[in-house]
Design a protein around this ligand. Sequence first.
Ligand code: FAD
Length: 425
Amino acid sequence: MESFRVAIVGGGVCGLTCAVGLSKQGVDVHVYEAAAKFGEIGAGIGLGRNAINVLSSLGVYEDIRSRAMQVDALNLKNSARRPTDDIRGWFRYHSGMGGHEVLSDYGANEQTAQGVHRAAFMDALVQHVEPSRAHFNKRCTHLTEGPGGKGTTIHFQDGTTAEADVVLGADGIKSVVRRYVMDTASLGVDPNVKFSNTICYRSLVPVVRAAEAGCTFDYSERAVCFVGENKHLILFTVRDPDSSPEKYSLPPLAAVQQVTKEEVLNAYKGWGPEVTNLLSCMDSPTKWSISVVYPPIKSENWTRGPVAILGDAAHGMLPHLGAGAGQGLEDAYLLGQLLGHPQTKASNVEAVLRAYASVRQPRAHQVWENSKRAGDIWDSRAGYYGIRVEEVRSLWGYVWHHPVDADLHTAEEILITQGVFEKLQ
Ligand SMILES: Cc1cc2nc3c(=O)[nH]c(=O)nc-3n(C[C@H](O)[C@H](O)[C@H](O)COP(=O)(O)OP(=O)(O)OC[C@H]3O[C@@H](n4cnc5c(N)ncnc54)[C@H](O)[C@@H]3O)c2cc1C
C-alpha cells in the first residue's frame, strides 16, 4: 500500500471508529476535534447487531461491553434484578395510557441489540487511538485545495491549518466538510439540514429509584416502547450510569437544552402510571430539537475529489430506530477497509472514495426512510393505532441483518469493473 495522509474532521463516535479502523489497517491518520477532549453526552445508545458486528471486527466491542458491564453490576447491586448480558430480544410495545396493555412483543428470542452508555462507548474507543494522532480545540472553519492543487488544506478557527491527502468529514449534522463537498459554504443557511419538527426529551433513571417510585415493569431484559398519539416513550437498560458532571456535560449545541422535570411530565399528561412514575424520577432531563439531513444527499455528492463525508454529516436521520450511529459505524468500517486496501494508492483514492459513497448511500438512505416510518408507527400516525409485528420486523431487520463485509465486497466489485482494482485472487 502506497502511503497517504488521512485527516478526519470530528471525533464523535463515527470519526473515532473511523480512526480506529484506519489505524488498524496501517493508514496514517489524524483526528481534528473541535472540543477540548473526546466526549459524549449523558445518554444511552442502542447498538444494533450490525453496529456490534462492526465493533467486534475492529476488536473494540469486548472492551466497550466489559467497561459497561463492570459499572452496571455495581449499580444494580441492591436490586432484585440481575445484571444482564446482551439484551435478549428487543422492544415490547405497550400502550402509554391506562393499564399499559401489550400491543406487541417483538423478537423475544432474538439477540439483536445492546444498550450502552455513550460515554462508556467513547472511553473504550479512545483507548484505541494513539494520543499523538488526536488534536483538540481544532474547529474546522473551511477547506481549500492544497498547495499546487495537491491534497486539501483544513483551516481551523484558531488560525492554524493542516494538510492531508484525504479528508473525511465526520463533523456531525452541521458539518462544515459537507458544505465544502456540496459547495454550499457561501450560502447563509445550509440547504441540507432541516428541523424535523421532532422534539426529544432524554434522561437516565437509576433502576433502583424507578422501582422505589412504584414502577413495576422489568426493563432489564427487554427494551420497552410506550406508544401514544403523536408521542412515544422508549426505555432501555443502559450500562454505566455514571453521572459525574465532567463526563456528561451537554455538548455546546443550541439544539440541546436543560429542561425541568415538570415540562416533561406536562408533555405526558394523561399517560398511565408506569410512565408518570418513571418520569417523576428524572434528575436533569434534556430537550433535543432533532434536525436531519434533508433532502437526501446523492452518492455523487458524498465526495469531492479526495474529500468524503460519513456519519450524521452524510445522513443524519430521525432517532426512532436507534440506527443513526450504526450507519455511521458501517461508513467508518468500509472507509477503513477501502483506504487500507492493498490496491488503494494516492493515484486512485478518489475513485475509491466514490465507490465507498455509491455503496453506502443507498443503504444509509433506506435506514433514514425506515427511521421516519418507525416514528410514524410509534406515534400512531401510520394510519392505525398499534404495532404490526411484520412491519416492525422488516424495518429493524433491514438495519440489523447486514453482513459486516458485504459493503467491502460490493465496493471491490465496482472498482474491479471500473478497472481501478485488479481482479482479486
Ligand atoms: C435523541 C437521539 C437518540 C439517538 N439514539 C441512537 C441510538 O440509540 N443508536 C444509534 O445508533 N444512534 C442513535 N442516535 C443517532 C446518533 O446519536 C448519531 O447518529 C451519531 O451520534 C452520529 O455520530 P457522528 O460521529 O456522525 O456525529 P456527532 O456525534 O455529532 O459527532 C461529531 C463530532 O464532530 C465534532 N465537530 C463538529 N463540528 C466540527 C468542526 N467544524 N470541526 C471539528 N470538529 C467538529 C463534534 O464536536 C463532535 O465530536 C440518536 C440520536 C438522537 C438525537
